[in-house]
Write a protein that binds this ligand. Structure first.
Ligand SMILES: NC(=O)c1ccc[n+]([C@@H]2O[C@H](COP(=O)([O-])OP(=O)(O)OC[C@H]3O[C@@H](n4cnc5c(N)ncnc54)[C@H](OP(=O)(O)O)[C@@H]3O)[C@@H](O)[C@H]2O)c1
Length: 327
């Protein structure tokens, strides 16, 4: 099969190759997928770029997310048949062979039916970005009738968090550091109010919108950078859920005020959800997509031959949506 890979970490154009390698064969309980679209996520290019750490395996075919068609099934697989359209997640989490290839072999629990009307490129965004957004909205309990604040709403994860919180019946306040076209895009995802995150009166605007009560949940992309702000706009019993990489490694937590208001703080890492949460998250995403409620923002599509370029572009873009490689 044709595949892209790296054997040492470093800059995309220095370490990524594309060529021929053996096609994996499905073992018991595994599904072989002919990958049509492979999603590039920050964890994919950060692992590849991190020269402080050697490559995790002698050869790494990158990318955890993808979508395609079932091409073979191992003994004991009951949920899929050849020809089924599917999406996959966690393909390169603690495994060497991810989705940047014509074929990937995965345990059947990592493979989900692709809802009708969803393209392969869109299905390649379901894994890390949509699952993180989904879990972030649900981790603190039901958001029905509550107010959710999503800074970074132009982000891959943030844009899904906006839509998922709306789907679950929340009022959504979002913000972006971008201009009017970014704000309009976030409104089109369903946000009730979209604010300028760099404006000096952001906190006042949020408090005014919530009648002075504050928000119930913040889906936070930069906890160290924003925790002081978030604590100022959280309602009593409100929570912050942190998913983004830290701009600085430590976070000052104001224990007394926080405890007195019963505030919650959750950290999430999408690769390490428990089996029940994985299943519920995938089911919820498929339910939304089947109902036509999920919009996807594809920022760039590249052929597999240009895998290095796809990584380079994804690494240097922000707020543009997903980068997808066609295999
Ligand atoms: N924990 C997990 O499981 C998990 C899962 C997925 C991603 N991540 C991490 O989460 C981060 C974001 O991922 P992504 O794919 O959504 O990235 P992305 O598409 O680049 O989006 C990040 C967004 O955050 C906004 N932003 C940047 N700095 C900000 C700040 N200080 N305050 C508020 N908003 C800010 C930007 O929007 P504006 O400039 O328009 O405001 C940008 O669009 C990455 O570090 C990624 O590694 C973690």
């Amino acid at each position: 099969m044709r595949a892209g890979w790296y054997e040492k970490t470093g800059p995309a154009f220095d370490v990524i190759s594309v060529g021929e390698m053996g096609t994996p064969q499905p073992g018991p309980g595994e599904v072989l997928v002919r990958v049509h679209a492979s999603g590039v996520n920050p964890s994919d290019y950060k692992r590849r770029a991190n020269v402080k750490t050697p490559a995790e395996f002698p050869r790494v075919v990158p990318h955890s997310d993808g979508a395609g068609v079932v091409a073979g099934i191992g003994a004991g697989v009951t949920e899929f048949r050849e020809g089924d359209r599917v999406w996959v997640y966690s393909a390169q989490w603690r495994r060497p062979l991810g989705t940047a290839a014509e074929y990937v072999c995965l345990p059947q629990s990592f493979v989900k039916p692709l809802p009708p009307g969803t393209s392969f490129a869109e299905g390649a965004c379901f894994g890390i970005p949509a699952m993180t957004g989904y879990h972030a909205v649900h981790v603190g309990g039901s958001v029905k009738g509550k107010t959710v604040y999503v800074p970074g709403a132009t982000g891959r994860v943030g844009a899904y968090a906006v839509q998922i919180a709306k789907w679950r019946g929340a009022r959504v306040i979002a913000s972006t550091g971008g201009g009017e076209s970014q704000r309009a895009e976030i409104r089109s995802l369903g946000a009730d109010v979209v604010l300028d995150r760099k404006a000096g009166n952001l906190a006042d605007e949020i408090m005014k919108d919530t009648g002075g009560r504050g928000v119930d949940l913040v889906v936070e992309v930069d906890l160290p950078g924003n925790i002081a702000f978030d604590e100022g706009i959280l309602a009593e019993r409100g929570s912050i859920v942190s998913f983004g990489a830290a701009s600085t490694p430590s976070v000052p937590v104001t224990q007394t005020g926080r405890r007195a208001r019963n505030m919650g703080l959750h950290f999430i890492f999408v690769y390490l959800l428990d089996d029940h949460t994985f299943a519920a998250t995938c089911e919820g995403i498929n339910e939304m997509a089947s109902a036509g409620f999920l919009k996807h923002r594809i920022g760039g599509v590249y052929p597999l031959a240009e895998l290095a370029k796809a990584h380079h572009e994804a690494e240097h873009a922000t707020g543009t949506g997903h980068f997808v490689v066609e295999c």
